[in-house]
Ligand binder design. Structure first.
Ligand code: PLP
Length: 281
């Protein structure tokens, strides 16, 4: 099942064409997006997702999104969804048509969550470290690279995922030229060691993750310490647990990195997922 609502709040046929061929989101990847997890009709971390949509739009110098309208739109999509369990709502906001005027394009689409992502949450995943091709020091120097904005220009991210698939590996962990850990193509990296959760900082050009934020909030309440600080790639293999987290993945354990088995973090993964889930009860 799929449900589409345009930014003016009208429901539309998700199988019919709605986007102009000169839309800059399509021709240049010039736009931003968010993917929100919805469980039993409740969107998770909607405030942080909308705040990030605003931040990304500001980095692209798009008109500020009307967050009340986007929140209503999420409600409309969820209201029209008739299947039980989980779904994802993808929010897409582009600069709009290049030649025909009319301003930004916006819509929200409700999508089912793939079985593989759900299975990986319990089975854990294999991952490979891949070069991202920049030194985090460039983030400050070159704001036009839009590092840390959730833009529609995800062709590189998708290519990295296909590269991993060809290697027979589930997930990618990008590493910077300075040897520090960045993020996955669509996930945040979290390591657990001795009662501390760590994740790389947004200043290294990674997206501040809404799931990582929720997990750290929950973990702190349960007595964990948390650190947002640079992580060296060679620390990944020796941590008590390595996780890729995102709205769709939740907290997914990595059991094998670059072909080598990691310390068993099954119990740790179960405990962290329980903390994360308790945020929504
Ligand atoms: N990093 C990148 C590059 C992403 O695309 C995503 C989500 O798609 C994330 C991190 C995780 O973010 P969130 O937890 O908000 O889904």
């Amino acid at each position: 099942m799929r449900v589409l609502a345009m930014l003016d709040g009208t429901l539309a046929d998700p199988g019919a064409p709605h986007i102009r061929v000169d839309d800059l989101g399509l021709t240049r990847g010039d736009g931003v997006f968010e993917t929100v997890l919805v469980v039993d009709g409740q969107p998770r971390e909607l405030g942080p997702h909308l705040a990030r949509l605003s931040r990304s739009a500001a980095m692209l110098e798009l008109p500020a999104p009307d967050l009340a309208a986007w929140e209503r739109l999420v409600g409309i999509v969820i209201g029209a969804w008739t299947e039980p369990g989980e779904m994802a709502v993808k929010l897409v906001y582009t600069r709009g048509p290049e030649y025909s005027g009319g301003g930004p394009t916006g819509y929200a689409i409700g999508l089912p969550i793939g079985g593989r992502a759900v299975r990986n949450r319990t089975s854990g995943v294999t991952a490979v470290t891949l070069e991202r091709g920049f030194d985090p020091a460039v983030v400050e120097r070159a704001p036009w690279l839009l590092l840390g904005a959730k833009t529609l220009s995800y062709a590189v991210n998708m290519a990295a995922m296909r590269h991993a698939e060809k290697l027979g590996v589930d997930e990618v962990i990008f590493v910077g030229d300075d040897g520090t850990v960045l993020e996955g193509p669509t996930s945040t990296v979290v390591v657990a060691s001795g009662g501390t959760l760590r994740t790389p900082p947004p200043s290294s050009g990674v997206l501040p993750g809404t799931t990582q934020g929720a997990l750290f909030r929950a973990a702190e309440r349960a007595g964990w310490s948390t650190k947002v600080e640079p992580l060296r790639a060679d620390e990944l293999a020796t941590a008590d647990g390595l996780f890729v987290v995102s709205s769709v993945r939740k907290v997914t354990r990595v059991h094998t990195l670059d072909g080598a088995a990691l310390p068993d973090a099954t119990e740790l993964g179960t405990a962290l997922n329980a903390l994360y889930e308790a945020e929504y009860r």
